[in-house]
Design a protein around this ligand. Structure first.
Ligand code: FES
Length: 124
């Protein structure tokens, strides 16, 4: 049944909206990958806290109700993110809970993302 599906909307910096959904326990990165959300370069390190391409900006009330606080490694990576805001998190560190149904996040596309993407392509 669909009751376990948690709605998430990704909004890009140019205003494009990607409405989708994930399962409880998925990270935002899992959702982007599973649902083929076209966010170029998103999640370059596959959730290993070695990049900042999965950077998302949350609404204050969503930021406040996230179940987990960022660990030091996440904060270090966020420091490298362009457009860092007070409500920034790394999407691979945000795990969906039923409580987060209707979550809407902004994905800032920035120069660092392009750099990471080029690096990722170069490594492959
Ligand atoms: Fe690289 Fe989240 S995907 S830190």
């Amino acid at each position: 049944n669909g009751s376990s599906s948690i709605r998430v909307t990704f909004v890009t910096s140019d205003g494009e909206r990607h409405e989708t959904s994930g399962k409880e326990g998925d990270t935002l990165l899992d959702v982007v990958v599973d649902k083929n959300i076209p966010l170029d370069g998103y999640g370059a390190c596959e959730g290993t806290l070695a990049c900042s391409t999965c950077h998302v900006i949350l609404k204050q009330e969503d930021f406040d109700r996230l179940p987990n606080k960022p660990v030091d490694e996440e904060l270090d990576m966020l420091d490298l993110a362009v457009d860092l805001s007070d409500t920034s998190r790394l999407g691979c560190q945000i795990t969906l809970t039923k409580d987060l149904d209707g979550l809407e996040v902004t994905v800032p596309m920035d120069l660092m993302t392009c750099v990471w993407l080029l690096l990722a392509v170069a490594v492959i």
